[in-house]
Design a binder for this molecule. Structure first.
Ligand code: D41
Length: 675
């Protein structure tokens, strides 16, 4: 027999857990630490284990997954799940509005709701008397698969509705998706375990929901965001779509944080353009925007054609994935000798630009993809990242496809290509004997964060090295006006400008000088740390690995690269030659890094800053002793969030990390720099 107090205790624990779950997964505003949540959950699990009669399907303990199924059942959607018509340009959007106005025989301005179109899997969730009883995929709109057990494991799907006033039967529809951060983390782990990663977040969501073992689904970072309702029995909902979504939010569902009500089709087009520029900063993938007439009464009036409503449309963004043919593979040699396979593609329009090259990363990646020359491949270009080959379409493999051979000697200088034990990257062993490495070293030296030599672009460097006008970075300062002005597309004026820029670049800083040398693994931040620590080039050049390890952020691998670099006689010669050219920097105060005001702190910059560039903000923080990292973790001290900050901000908030805006950052910098 179960006592009434025990039943009450179970109810109280479930209510608390549901509330915390809602705060964490729906509002992104956790109110208790994870350990406290785990403690409450364990308490409930213990009671349920001792009193199985108290277990219910809507208990938070049921989110961990249930007995595996042998097959999914079928679900017939009593109310068909409609599909969406697409628009691909502004004209098609105006046609959409025109059709609605014609039907309504009314020309007054229409109100629309804008929702980012999540790239996931559409699902239906049925609630009876506030309890989640059945979940299904959309399928073909008429019948889908019963995936109730799997959906129960998705933390942002309420197992019992919150608040009051819900209809007796309520069908909520929405999209299950995998946020970018979860997708990246999952794939990283999969690769580390020697498993196959997912091609994109959409496939990841689909694959995770298609598991017969819901414990697997439970381990995947899925989210669900609702976008409409189906069945509504024994209750009423508001008369505007935007209000319906707000009501669903109060009952415990996630709704899209970018949802907005706008006036007229111009309002829709403005929204589309705005979100397109911010697409990369969202913490989930979207493939367009869905626009819906806000008034449900007007929705009913305009109705639908075959399977799609006339009152809604999806305005698609340019596709981020396309298929094309792999014409060949070229092996490029980088500054450090790394040999990178680059796919030469039949040009294809993807992600808003024409792509004819994509990276294949390294030999392991070629093997993992199983790709051959001549294959049809899927190319992905998301945001500003370099295009990638993500998949081979095996069904389209031609008979004359050829295996890709990773070269054993450098395609540029013929030296051996060697892959060190445990490394993914193969390297040319030619060093500065290799023209490719020499060119890259010079380009790096001239780049903005190094010597910042205006007018010395990549093409010019290639030309100078190919014509043997320069062989090393030190040679740059011997360039003569006559030789320069005789070069292709180089006039008298530009030759003089370049010589002036070279002259000007001689006045630099120690940190820039160290960075410009192009030592392996020594980026801008490490160079700045080295400059502060040693304050003097000779001291740095004489330092042994042990002394280098004392520098903030320098580990054994970086220390060995640095020591090795300065031991090379030809590097010593080049440095001597550069100094002989009159390269100078102001003396550096030897700062005791530990005593710096932000020592030991890790900061993260995200979003768009208005008055500072990211580089400026970063170097000012680093100068105060902070480390600036690209990702948020429990070790992050503070996140600076500019306009349209995305997943990093969300993560910082969920971890309870301090967040500052730009003006708060400026204030702090000014204060610390003055002291
Ligand atoms: O974010 C989405 N993927 C999304 C899909 C959305 N925000 N709204 C949607 N609205 C509808 C209607 C207008 C039919 C209620 C949808 C979808 N449908 C949809 N998803 C898959 C097929 C249709």
């Amino acid at each position: 027999m179960t006592s009434a107090p025990l039943r009450q205790e179970v109810e109280a624990l479930r209510a608390q857990l549901n509330q915390h779950n809602y705060r964490y997964y729906v509002l992104d505003e956790p109110s208790i630490p994870d350990v406290e949540y785990d403690r409450l959950l364990r308490q409930l699990q213990t009671i349920e284990a001792q009193h199985p009669e108290l277990i219910s399907q809507d208990s938070p303990t049921q989110r961990v997954g249930a007995q595996p199924l042998t097959a999914f059942g079928e679900v017939t959607h009593d109310m068909r799940m409609l599909s969406l018509d697409n628009a691909f340009n502004d004209d098609e959007m105006r046609d959409f509005e025109r059709r609605i106005k014609d039907r309504l025989k009314d020309t007054s301005e229409l109100e629309f709701v804008c929702e980012p179109k999540l790239d996931g899997i559409a699902v239906s969730l049925l609630y009876e008397n506030g309890i989640f009883v059945r979940g299904a995929t959309r399928g073909d709109g008429q019948t889908g698969e019963n995936i109730t057990q799997n959906l129960r494991t998705v933390p942002s799907i309420p197992l019992t509705l919150m608040g009051t006033g819900w209809p007796e039967r309520l069908e909520v529809r929405g999209e299950v998706y995998m946020p970018k951060a979860g997708f990246d983390a999952f794939n990283k782990q999969a690769l580390a375990n020697g498993e196959k990663p997912f091609v994109n977040p959409r496939n990841a969501a689909a694959g995770s929901l298609r598991q017969l073992d819901s414990k697997i689904t439970a381990s995947r970072p899925l989210q669900m965001c609702c976008y409409s309702v189906g069945i509504v029995d024994g209750g009423e909902l508001p008369g505007k779509h935007s209000d319906v979504l707000q009501q669903l939010h109060r009952w415990g569902f996630r709704i899209n944080d970018q949802m907005k009500v706008v006036q007229g089709i111009n309002g829709c087009i403005d929204y589309y353009q705005d979100l397109q520029t911010r697409r990369d900063s969202l913490h989930y993938e979207i493939d367009g925007i869905v626009f819906k007439l806000n008034s449900l009464e007007l929705q009913n009036k305009v109705g639908f054609v075959s399977r799609a409503p006339r009152w809604a449309i999806a305005y698609k963004f340019p596709a981020q994935e396309e298929i094309t043919q792999l014409l060949g593979v070229e092996f490029q040699v980088g500054r450090t000798g790394a040999v990178t396979p680059v796919a030469r593609l039949q040009p294809v329009f993807v992600g808003g630009v024409t792509v004819s090259n994509a990276t294949l990363h390294n030999g392991d990646e070629i093997e993992r993809l199983g790709v051959r020359c001549g294959d049809t491949v899927v190319v992905r270009r998301a945001g500003d990242v370099i295009p990638q080959v993500v998949q081979v379409v095996l069904e389209k493999r031609p008979e004359n496809s050829t295996v890709i051979e990773f070269p054993s000697s450098c395609p540029v200088c013929g030296s051996d290509v060697i892959r060190a034990e445990g490394e993914a990257v193969a390297r040319c062993t030619g060093g500065l004997y290799c023209a490719a490495q020499r060119k890259q070293a010079i380009k790096h030296f001239a780049s903005r964060k190094a010597f910042d030599i205006e007018g010395l672009g990549d093409k010019l460097v290639d030309m100078l090295v190919d014509q043997q006008l320069i062989n090393s970075i030190a040679d740059l300062f011997h360039l003569q006006h006559e030789a320069l002005s005789n070069l292709e597309r180089m006039g008298d004026k530009s030759a003089q400008n370049l010589l002036d820029a070279l002259q000007k670049s001689k006045q630099t800083t120690l940190a820039r000088f160290i960075y410009a040398l192009g030592i392996r693994e020594v980026g801008e931040a490490t160079a700045a740390n080295l400059a502060h620590h040693f304050a003097d080039l000779d001291a740095l050049m004489q330092a042994n690995e042990e002394q280098l390890l004392e520098v903030n952020d320098v580990g054994p691998i970086v220390a060995s690269h640095i020591a090795h670099f300065f031991q090379q006689p030809h590097n010593q010669e080049i440095i001597e030659a550069l100094l002989a050219e009159g390269i100078r920097w102001p003396s550096v105060d030897k700062k005791n890094v530990e005593a710096m005001p932000l020592a030991g702190q890790t900061w993260v910059l995200t979003g768009t800053l208005e008055t500072l560039t990211r580089d400026q903000a970063k170097s000012r923080l680093v100068a105060l002793g902070a480390k600036v990292s690209g990702s948020v973790s429990a070790k992050t001290h503070c996140v600076v969030a500019g306009a349209s900050a995305g997943s990093k901000l969300t993560k910082a908030e969920s971890l309870g990390i301090e967040v500052r805006d730009e003006s708060a950052l400026l204030q702090l910098l000014a204060q610390l720099e003055a002291s």
